[in-house]
Design a protein around this ligand. Structure first.
Ligand SMILES: NC(=O)c1ccc[n+]([C@@H]2O[C@H](COP(=O)([O-])OP(=O)(O)OC[C@H]3O[C@@H](n4cnc5c(N)ncnc54)[C@H](OP(=O)(O)O)[C@@H]3O)[C@@H](O)[C@H]2O)c1
Length: 309
């Protein structure tokens, strides 16, 4: 089978398509014949920034059919349609995943929609829930056009936010963001981000973090869920009694699996009701993984970037 790995750190050009043996699932694992693979900013950063052993493997959300059920696994059979988080070679025609990280894909939903919806949607819902929203709260989402962000905008709307502000790096994304239901669209370098909000969901971090905190109304809450790092001055939290909390999906999935399952059902339900739209910016063959990474590095995506083996 074909898979993609990297043997040196760098830009998208270091990704290498290679032939490899089909992996075997161990106890508690499934082998999935992938029909779609989600590409995420953390993987793009992993290739560029290093700090991981070489050869580098690329993880992520996969969706497809179960090809082999590993020893001791219950609840899954060969042929089942699943989506799962893969921590080994996700960029491959077939991937081994932990059965604990797999969930069924409902009848009628496609594999591309599944990888675009589940992981990113869980991060968006989890970040929103971490803000402890109150009825009528206003919400600002940074990175609003991205894989997570475009779902966060819609979920804030669906969960009853009074006003949703979508923030992005470029004005070219404004039409897309309004189409998702954003009441207002701002660019990061705008002089004003409009009236302060009760909740900020921050996907960007880094130097943008202080602007994101400044966008909070008194008593406002910022949820930091980006891999972009950044620093917040304690005094900026003291003024107006603002607060910041972090959200990490992997931790929540490990300690509150029932909560995460509830979110997953909510996502599929909203999709089925037509209250949530999954936007796929690009569907590319596995052999064009480098192009998928280029799109993300260029900050050009409107929604999710997906590889189709
Ligand atoms: N906490 C968790 O458990 C968890 C899980 C998954 C992902 N995340 C985080 O969620 C964020 C969004 O992830 P995603 O998968 O939705 O990303 P994505 O769809 O791949 O989004 C990429 C978008 O992020 C924005 N961006 C901000 N800083 C960037 C940078 N330095 N380089 C490239 N793009 C940048 C760009 O839009 P603009 O230019 O418009 O900002 C870009 O279009 C990431 O920070 C990721 O690490 C967190």
């Amino acid at each position: 089978m074909r898979r993609v790995r990297f043997y040196e750190y760098g830009g998208p050009e270091v990704l290498r398509v290679e032939e490899a043996e089909v992996p075997r699932p161990g106890p508690g694992e499934l082998l999935v014949r992938n029909e779609a693979i989600g590409v995420t900013l953390p993987m793009v950063r992993k290739v560029r920034d290093g700090g991981v052993p070489l050869p580098g493997v690329l993880g992520g959300e996969v969706a497809g059919r179960v090809a082999v059920v590993g020893p001791g696994v219950t609840g899954f059979a060969v042929g089942d349609r699943v989506t799962a988080l893969c921590f080994t070679d996700a960029y491959a025609e077939q991937s081994v995943v932990s059965a604990a990280m797999a969930s069924p894909v409902p009848e009628g939903a496609g594999a591309v929609a599944a990888v675009a919806l589940v992981r990113s949607g869980l991060v968006a819902l989890g970040a929103y829930a971490s803000a402890r929203p109150e009825p009528g709260d206003s919400v600002l989402v940074t990175g609003a056009a991205g894989g997570v962000g475009h779902l966060a905008v819609q979920l804030a709307r669906a969960r009853g936010a009074s006003r949703v502000v979508a923030a992005a790096g470029s004005a070219a994304k404004a039409g897309f963001l309004r189409g998702l239901g954003a009441d207002e669209v701002v660019c990061y370098d705008d002089a004003s981000w409009g009236e302060p909000v009760d909740i900020v969901l921050d996907a960007v971090g880094g130097e943008l973090l202080s602007s994101a905190v400044a966008a909070l109304a008194p008593g406002g809450r910022l949820v930091a869920y980006s891999s972009g790092g950044g620093t917040i001055a304690a005094y900026d939290l003291l003024v107006g009694g603002r607060s910041v909390t972090g959200f990490q999906m992997a931790r929540t999935a490990a300690i509150r699996p029932a909560l995460v399952e509830g979110w997953r059902q909510e996502l599929w339900g909203l999709l089925a009701e037509g209250r949530l739209t999954v936007s796929v910016h690009a569907e590319l063959p596995l052999t064009e993984a480098a192009e998928a990474h280029r799109i993300i590095e260029a900050r050009a995506n409107l929604g999710k970037v997906v590889l189709v083996p």
